[in-house]
Design a protein around this ligand. Structure first.
Ligand code: FE2
Length: 142
């Protein structure tokens, strides 16, 4: 990775980790939107699709910050397995795990980016949205 001249190696590593995780989240949510079965499909298909779109938007925002810092954005999604299932409860649990890990990454980033208010704001906004997703999912899981 061409990070070495920027002086922001740690930030770029975390940003690329977040981007790779968002790309994984996009696939996870679109996969579950396609496979969710039964009466819950009525609600959960659009819900998962909305979360997939949010992951795309987050990935886009993170990628723009990597470019701004002079880094090279990853094109690879995080390799962590996406569990295949048609059981909506398992889907919600996997989504919860995914959002929790995403939120942890953004929390780590917030501690690294106070040198750049615009970057901080961008990460903070994503972090709030991840927090909302976690709260919503924990209600859905009950
Ligand atoms: Fe996200």
């Amino acid at each position: 990775m061409a990070d070495d001249q920027t002086g922001h190696e740690d930030v770029l590593r975390e940003l690329n980790g977040a981007l790779a995780w968002e790309m994984r989240a996009e696939v996870l949510y679109n996969h579950y939107a396609a496979y969710v079965k039964g009466i819950h499909r009525l609600h959960l298909k659009p819900y998962f699709e909305g979360e997939a779109n949010e992951s795309v938007m987050h990935g886009k925002a993170v990628r723009e910050q990597i470019v701004k810092l002079g880094g090279e954005a990853t094109r690879q999604r995080d390799p962590t397995e996406i569990v295949h299932t048609t059981d909506y409860r398992e889907m919600l649990r996997e989504a919860f795990e995914t959002e929790t890990k995403a939120a942890d990454g953004y929390k780590r980033l917030l501690e690294l980016v106070d040198f750049d208010p615009e970057l901080y704001d961008a990460i903070e906004q994503i972090s709030f949205e991840e927090q909302r997703s976690i709260e919503e999912l924990s209600q859905l899981i009950d």
